[in-house]
Design a protein around this ligand. Structure first.
Ligand code: SAH
Ligand code: SF4
Ligand code: F3S
Length: 471
């Protein structure tokens, strides 16, 4: 989670459609984690019935939404520089007699709503992650100049109940948020403050959304949550006090015909229960991939981070999961330079990486976030030390990632074809281990699961040859 991606969910051909009469144009820019990607799609769903069609550029758009991330300082800063660019476009549109409305959504909105209003008058409305179902109403209010511009309530239940049932999908893979918020309060992290308390959607609601996705041609669903494996949703046809965990939910969803692949992210080591591990063993629709953040290898630092487990416990857990699913590709997140981290502590992170071995990883310099306990701790690590440690860690992690990808050369993997490659004549899909895989093939294979023999491997992707049409 939290990989610093910026995803533009719009496509150019929709821009053409948007020129039709009575259509207003909507540009959404997404920062941060997959949950924001999901939320952006849902905002587009909420706005479609009131006449907004997505476009691929903010220039001239009737509504611009920035769906923001607050996880690290840089992520939050990006919003203000983007707002500077948007302001010019808004002025340009005004000069030609039009109106552009600008909304800031997501975690920066939740954390710094008042400040955004003060610092960036270009912004017409600010809304937190639990308020997206109110977007049409808020836009109407802004249009009527009622001035109610800030909506950062925390009612997660309402959000999901009031979102439209239909979802517009684009391609054979989709995200599905099943859980939001976090009660763990790791001392470095803003998520408990921006997304609120842990909340799990009821099983029936998730099943209905999954069926709808599959009916539209989706074959792979990634279940999302800030703490997805802490999922405990109301059981179907609620028998008083019955709750299902993630393992039970995945087993149930895997019975949906046409849903061939499932993934889930992000998990916390503390919530990886035996039932879920068992599903990795028995449920073949569940892909052999797990993102399980370790953050640091030193017990002293893990404790200061409030992660709630030791390194030895993490190691034992991984051994147990690997025993259940020997094919597992393990991925993780790391933070270097948490306050008080000594060279010795940092070396324990390197040792942990050597010992466990990861197929892919994300690593970050600690970023002090205002309001989190970590920001007030003594022993803040100087920037140059953080940079130097990050470089050492990333050298090791990228070598492991390359080695893992190269170990697949000569093997035949199942690949769900998602799209054509940028190169044009090639296809792009993902392996069970989530690597992007490129190979030659006809565009009518998009949406199919094919067998690809891997011939080349880079750090970030695989290349191969199509073996036969389908599995
Ligand atoms: N819910 C997920 C994490 C969400 S944030 C989990 O519990 O693992 C994604 C990643 O960003 C975290 O795993 C962590 O490695 C990183 N991160 C979070 N806060 C950070 C901070 N203040 N500075 C640097 N990295 C941070
Ligand atoms: Fe943040 Fe920790 Fe919660 Fe993950 S578990 S979202 S890192 S507080
Ligand atoms: Fe960022 Fe919020 Fe996700 S802070 S990582 S967008 S939960």
């Amino acid at each position: 989670m939290g990989h610093q991606t910026s995803v533009d969910i719009t496509t150019p051909d929709k821009a053409e459609n948007s020129k039709a009469a009575n259509t207003k144009t909507l540009f959404i820019k997404t920062y941060g984690c997959q949950m924001n990607v999901y939320d952006s799609e849902r905002m587009a769903d909420v706005l479609a019935p009131v006449g907004y069609a997505p476009v691929d550029s903010p220039d001239g758009a009737d509504l611009v939404v920035l769906n923001t991330c607050h996880i690290r300082e840089k992520a939050a800063e990006k919003v203000y520089s983007e707002l500077g660019r948007i302001r010019k476009l808004k002025e340009k549109k005004a000069a030609s007699g039009g109106t552009m409305k600008v909304a800031v959504a997501g975690c920066v909105a939740q954390a710094e709503g008042e400040e955004i209003m003060r610092r960036a008058p270009v912004v017409d409305l600010v809304l937190g992650p639990q308020s997206y179902h109110k977007l049409p109403e808020m836009i109407a209010k802004v249009s009527r100049q009622l001035g109610e511009r800030l909506e950062t309530d925390f009612d997660t239940e309402e959000k999901f109940d009031l979102m439209p049932a239909t979802r517009k999908v684009d391609g054979p893979t989709a995200f599905l948020t099943i859980q939001e918020g976090c009660d763990k309060f790791c001392t470095f992290c803003v998520v408990p403050y921006t997304r609120g308390a842990e909340f799990s959607r009821p099983v029936d609601q998730i099943v209905a959304e999954a069926r709808e996705l599959v009916a539209q041609g989706v074959r792979e669903i990634t279940l999302l949550g800030q703490n997805v494996n802490a999922y405990h949703g109301a059981a179907p046809k609620l028998e008083a006090d019955q709750f299902w965990g993630l393992g039970q939910l995945i087993s149930h969803l895997s019975k949906i015909g046409g849903l061939d692949r499932m993934r889930y992210t992000t998990s916390h080591p503390r919530d990886m229960d035996d039932e879920l591990i068992n599903v990795h063993k028995h449920e073949k629709t569940l892909m052999p991939y797990l993102h399980l953040p370790l953050q640091a290898g030193s017990d002293r630092i893990l404790k200061a981070m409030n992660r709630g487990h030791t390194y030895a416990e993490f190691k034992d857990l991984v051994a147990k999961i690997r025993a259940a699913e020997p094919e597992l590709a393990l991925s993780s997140d790391f933070i270097v330079g948490f306050p008080g981290e000594s060279e010795l502590d940092f070396k324990k992170t390197l040792e942990a990486v050597e010992e466990i071995g990861f197929a892919s990883s994300f690593s970050f310099k600690y970023s002090a976030r205002p309001g989190t306990p970590g920001a007030a701790l003594p022993g803040q690590v100087p920037e140059d030390v953080k940079s130097e440690r990050l470089a050492r860690l990333q050298k090791l992690l990228t070598a492991q990632q390359l080695a893992f990808n190269q170990s697949l050369i000569g093997k035949t993997l199942s690949v769900l074809v998602e799209d054509t490659s940028r190169a044009g004549s090639e296809l792009f899909g993902r392996s069970p281990y989530l690597q992007g895989t490129h190979f030659k093939g006809a565009a009518n294979l998009i949406g199919q699961i094919v067998r690809v023999k891997i011939t080349d491997a880079g750090q970030n992707s695989l290349r191969g040859v199509l073996e036969e049409k389908s599995l």
